[in-house]
Design a protein around this ligand. Structure first.
Ligand SMILES: Nc1ncnc2c1ncn2[C@@H]1O[C@H](COP(=O)(O)OP(=O)(O)OP(=O)(O)O)[C@@H](O)[C@H]1O
Ligand SMILES: [Mg+2]
Length: 269
């Protein structure tokens, strides 16, 4: 609990991807753990409704989810669980009922419910479902920073482009971050970023933001298998180095606040 200033507003970072399985949850857990190692109060909202697995990654048992909150069975504080590393987790729900409950009103009510946790966290990381449906776009739009994760596979590049196009068209956002994942070298990360940026600039007029890339490492799956995050292994690892550089860059960015639109911790009615 060092480095924290009381009443400083929560920085909300949304993690999305066009294609599934490209590394969103791995990125979310490591970004959260890196912040926790630095003494920040961190919350992960597992918004991958239906398939949420953050609690499994961090070996926690759930105590209800956001659908219980929406339906009045629980208060949001009651469904907060804490990992061994001190990260708080909220589940959006991981069953069919939750997917069925996810209409536009419910998505907005979920976003509004976070107002009850105002001032309790320095950083909130939102792990969002793959793809670009309405709830994905609403959750992303409710964040202060939007990160799209992608790999160098052609299907990931095509799906990342499709998602960025929808983010741009529906939210009119100009500062979308693209983070290359599973790259062999930092240079490969820069090349993949440039490739995405060239396509989005040419067809959408959108300049993507570069904050670094994440190298491929077996540490991610090794750590996952023991309920940890790779950045906890040690400060001399590639994983720690990559996330340290990414957080340095993220901290330089200005939060994308939208005064007249619903966002996490902005309790518009
Ligand atoms: N940088 C990396 N190096 C090596 N393996 C990685 C890396 N990032 C992610 N992985 C591995 O890729 C697989 C998919 O990762 P993850 O579950 O984080 O993806 P996801 O985008 O959250 O998937 P989903 O769309 O299903 O939620 C996991 O086995 C994970 O360990
Ligand atoms: Mg995931």
């Amino acid at each position: 609990m060092t480095n924290t200033t009381k009443n400083k507003e929560t920085q909300v970072i949304g993690i999305a991807s066009g294609k599934g399985g490209v590394g969103k949850t791995t990125f979310a857990v490591n970004l959260a753990t890196y912040h926790a190692l630095k003494g920040k109060r961190v919350l992960i909202f597992d918004a991958d409704i239906g398939l949420g697995n953050i609690h499994i990654a961090l070996r926690n048992k759930l105590n209800g989810n956001m659908v219980d909150v929406l339906e009045g069975r629980r208060e949001i504080q009651d469904i907060l669980i804490e990992s061994e590393t001190g990260i708080s987790i909220i589940s959006g729900g991981n069953g069919l009922d939750e997917i069925l409950a996810l209409n536009n009103d419910n998505t907005n009510n979920i976003i509004r419910a976070f107002a009850a946790l105002e001032d309790q966290f320095d950083v909130m990381i939102v792990d969002i479902s793959a793809g670009a449906n309405q709830s994905v776009l609403s959750f992303l739009s409710a964040c202060h920073h939007q990160i799209v994760i992608g790999t160098n596979e052609p299907s990931s590049v095509a799906d990342a482009y499709a998602l960025i196009k929808l983010i741009h068209l529906t939210m009119g956002l100009s500062e979308i971050i693209f983070v290359p994942n599973k790259v062999k070298t930092a240079q490969e990360g820069k090349v993949l970023f440039k490739k995405m940026n060239t396509i989005t600039a040419k067809f959408l007029g959108v300049a993507l933001k570069f904050i670094g890339s994440v190298s491929e490492s077996s540490d991610y799956s090794l750590a996952w298998n023991t309920g940890q995050a790779a950045v906890s292994i040690g400060v001399s690892t590639t994983c720690y180095h990559d996330f340290s550089a990414i957080v340095d860059e993220l901290d330089k960015l200005t939060a994308n606040h939208k005064k007249n639109e619903l966002q996490f911790f902005n309790s518009m009615k």
